[in-house]
Design a protein around this ligand. Structure first.
Ligand code: NDP
Ligand code: 2IT
Length: 453
């Protein structure tokens, strides 16, 4: 760390105590920015960095709801409106017991740069609650979503802030949230994305994050005149992002071998082919069961429960060429990164947000593998949310091919700007610097244009 970065990080830690994920996300970005700040003293004078790390607004609220037995519960809800320099706040909602202010601030901070890379006019935000949807009935989830929206609706809107899904928030939750917003507002507006097709959703939005992460990997491979065909791939998670990553990998002739949930992971040496993915989709999206069931059903697979005493994740300790972390933050630590490299992995495309620790990232960069950080590689999801907003504004819907081809073009554009920016600033092949600098420049220039607000 240079002096400037250490001073800034000391301030960030003092001002935002007990928020390690936020510190980590800020550190990774500011470490990339030194050459930009040296070349642009006006950003220093305009205190762009100091402003960009401070949310424009943080909303925290009580979410009281009643379970099926009539017992009352109180959760904490949040919306971080991080930066609106280039468009309305945009970003997902996460429902998970681990949710706290620091985690949502890291996610909102990442979202600012990610959204800037999409080429679309979206600012950055994130929200959610420390609610655990696991084991809850549909009516409990509905009552929670309604209670959550009873407060959130007054802070959002199609020109103000447009939430979407993230961990624990999928089509079912977006439906309940949208219904409550519509009732309270007495207006049918495109206030959320990830809606169902019949009421304003976009084709390909459910697929977009996973497909996009695979398109990004393919673009990185193209720079070495290679393709995904025949590549063995390790995928973590088994939710929205992981499922459509596996689908696209199969379409492109690759061999996805693993999937996980918070209990453990499966390794299927025969590959997680189409019919097995249908089983996963039913298991996870309809029956809401555990991934362990996969190994009972398919004999080519083994299930390994996670052992909390281990200081590494055994999912990352298999021979493969590619890895698609698609579960959660910091799921690849220094030891996991070393295991991946030792096992021959040389393509990492992050479907999850910040799945790799700073020590892990540094190993990937030192090894000069094709490493696509989340804010670039998983931007296809929010980009397609941007396409959903565009369709809502026009009051029409595009075909599957139209949306998918726009998604591909956007992922190619993101890859290109990251690749070229990394080169321009003297670190060719470093997509971390490329993504951080390119995203920063767009937002910083907009902030400079708009004055001190
Ligand atoms: P889902 O809720 O659909 O799936 C999450 C998956 O990750 C589940 O398999 C879950 O297992 C597992 N998981 C979650 N938390 C943990 C944890 N602490 N430890 C181990 N496993 C965990 O979420 P998504 O697929 O939508 O999101 C996955 C990642 O992708 C997140 O990092 C999210 O921020 C990111 N992302 C999502 C986008 C989207 O469009 N949905 C867009 C861009 C990024 P279990 O069921 O056991 O909890
Ligand atoms: O992290 C993310 O980019 C998302 N969860 C998707 C956000 C969105 O608004 O579609």
């Amino acid at each position: 760390m240079n002096d400037q970065v250490s001073t800034l990080m000391a301030d960030v830690k003092a001002k935002n105590p007990s928020e390690p994920e936020f510190h980590q996300a800020v550190q990774e970005v500011v470490e990339s920015l030194s050459p930009v700040l040296d070349q642009h003293p006006e950003y220093r004078k305009g205190k762009i960095l100091e402003r960009i790390i401070e949310p424009e607004r943080v909303i925290m609220f009580r979410v009281p709801w009643q379970d099926d037995q009539g017992e009352l519960h109180v959760n904490r809800g949040f919306r971080i409106q991080m930066n609106s320099a280039i468009g309305p706040y945009k970003g997902g909602l996460r429902f998970h017991p681990s949710v706290n202010l620091g985690i949502l601030k890291f996610l909102a901070f990442e979202q600012v740069f990610k959204n800037a890379l999409t080429t679309l006019p979206m600012g950055g935000g994130k929200g959610g609650a420390d609610f655990d949807p696991k084991g809850k009935s549909d009516s409990e989830v509905m009552r929670f979503c309604q209670a959550f929206m009873a407060e959130l609706y007054r802070h959002i809107g199609p020109y103000r802030d447009v939430p979407a899904g993230d961990i624990g928030v999928g089509g079912r939750e977006i439906g309940f949230l949208f219904g409550m917003d519509k009732k309270l507002r007495n207006e049918f507006t495109g206030v959320l994305t990830g809606k169902a097709l019949e009421w304003g959703g976009s084709l390909i939005r459910p697929q977009a994050t996973g497909y996009g992460a695979v398109y990004f990997a393919a673009e990185m491979l193209k720079t070495r005149h290679e393709g995904l065909e025949g590549m063995s791939c390790l995928v973590s998670g088994s939710g929205n992002v992981a499922q459509y990553t596996v689908e696209k990998l199969n379409n492109m002739g690759a061999r996805p071998l693993t999937l996980s949930d918070s209990g453990g992971y499966i390794y299927d040496e025969a590959g997680i082919k189409e019919e097995k993915l249908s089983f996963i989709m039913d298991l996870k999206n309809v029956r809401r069961g555990r991934i362990a069931e996969y190994a009972n059903k398919f004999k080519s697979a083994t299930y390994t429960p996670f052992d909390p005493k281990l200081d590494y994740n055994p999912l990352w300790d298999h021979k493969a060429q590619c890895a698609f972390p698609s579960a959660t933050q910091n799921e690849i630590n220094a030891k996991d990164a070393a295991n991946l490299l030792r096992n021959g992995v040389y393509v990492v495309s992050e479907g999850a947000n910040m799945p790799t620790t700073i020590e892990g990232v540094n190993q990937f960069l030192d090894a000069k593998i094709l490493y696509g950080p989340g804010k670039a590689a998983n931007a296809g999801g929010v980009a397609t949310s941007g396409l959903e907003m565009a369709q809502n504004s026009m009051r029409l819907s595009w075909t599957r091919d139209e949306v998918d081809s726009r998604l591909l073009l956007i992922m190619q554009a993101i890859h290109k700007v990251c690749f070229q920016t990394a080169e321009k600033y003297g670190t060719p092949g470093n997509y971390v610097n490329g993504a951080n600098i390119a995203g920063f420049l767009k937002v910083a220039n907009a902030m400079m244009d708009q004055g001190l607000v």
